[in-house]
Design a protein around this ligand. Structure first.
Ligand code: SF4
Length: 333
């Protein structure tokens, strides 16, 4: 059903050649790090540039390699799409990772689950198939919308774990969403923020599925975390030092509100969160204003409860559980 990963390296080579780049930093997510040597060799051989491989984590285009920029003229990031509102002081070039789904087969299993009009959504690896999916659904009689996103979104229909604006922008016009992308996290976010059913075409599966069953489980787990935040004697609000994840103003506002409710609360600045780092800090509970996936998708890795911005508000009585909102970049108080 699914084609193997294709890396769009040629356009990156063209840009580096045009810029006469002498030294490049190569950044990639953990899942692709094994390809770093091969890609570095190709860039080196085809451009003559020296390539330095970043051994640090790289979670997305939000994750700029600030401390390594002084060594290089440009950065090449593999596997992600640009975030237009996150700017780097050095030229940043993206090598897209594309995975193609067998749309004919996938859509056959999706049509009986979809209600027209349909909103189309995609994670980064399948964006190149959105227009084709739209045409194929229209041929089957569906009305189809692909929504524009915020300043964090480069292409219409793209959703990030921190930004569902391209779903929200068409939510009032559609009866259901079709998401091209593996995993359930994005589907849960789109479902909770729009209230519309989300059908997933997961490249790992043979058939489309309706995202529904996990919502209750997800909400029960979030409710349990809120109860632990309520009981915590000490709280830390974490701010990421990554340029594209920094929400210091929101953290300061939350800290003030928590203090007004007599909660013992500190702000902690960190680059990367890890279970060990949080254990060492010794707080009873943490609120992450960094990438929303840390609290929402990785919660099981942490011994101490890690909640989100809105979960703190529920825990201190400033938001009703019925109005719970999944955390995303546009969240404000
Ligand atoms: S903040 Fe998280 S979800 Fe958003 S782009 Fe960065 S890694 Fe992805």
């Amino acid at each position: 059903m699914v084609e193997t990963l294709r890396l769009e390296i040629d356009s990156a080579i063209d840009e580096l050649t045009k810029m006469k780049t002498k030294t490049v930093l190569l950044q990639m997510p953990s899942g692709l790090k094994r390809k770093a040597q091969e890609i570095a060799d190709e860039i080196r051989n085809r451009t003559g540039a020296e390539v330095l491989i970043s051994g640090d984590s790289c979670y997305g285009a939000c994750d700029l390699p600030d401390s390594s920029l002084r060594f290089v003229d440009a950065v090449v990031q593999v596997g992600h799409s640009p975030i237009p509102s996150v700017r780097c002081s050095k030229p940043m070039i993206f090598i897209r990772a594309k995975i193609s789904i067998d749309l004919k087969k996938a859509l056959e299993s999706a049509v009986h689950l979809l209600k027209s009009p349909v909103g189309l959504l995609s994670t980064a690896q399948h964006l190149h198939q959105l227009q084709e999916t739209k045409s194929m659904l229209e041929e089957k009689g569906f009305r189809v919308f692909i929504g524009p996103g915020s300043g964090r979104i480069e292409e219409d229909g793209h959703i990030l774990g921190c930004d569902y604006s391209s779903a929200k922008s068409v939510s009032d016009s559609v009866e259901s969403f079709l998401l091209l992308g593996g995993g359930r996290f994005h589907a849960i976010g789109a479902r909770l923020l729009t209230g519309k059913p989300v059908i997933i075409i997961d490249p790992e599966r043979e058939t489309a599925v309706l995202e529904d069953t996990d919502i209750d489980r997800f909400m029960r787990r979030r409710f349990a975390i809120i109860q632990k935040i309520k009981q915590a004697e000490s709280l830390a609000i974490i701010v990421s030092s990554k340029v594209g994840q920094d929400r210091i103003l929101l953290a300061q506002r939350l800290s003030k509100l928590a203090s007004q409710k007599n909660r013992n609360c500190s702000i902690v600045i960190m680059d990367d969160l890890s279970p060990e780092k949080l254990l060492n800090l010794g707080f009873d509970a943490y609120i992450s204003t960094a990438c929303p996936r840390i609290a929402l998708d990785d919660a099981d890795r942490y011994e101490k409860p890690v909640g989100t911005t809105s979960e703190l508000l529920v825990a201190i009585g400033l938001m009703d559980w019925e109005n719970y909102k999944i955390d995303e970049w546009g969240f404000s108080i």
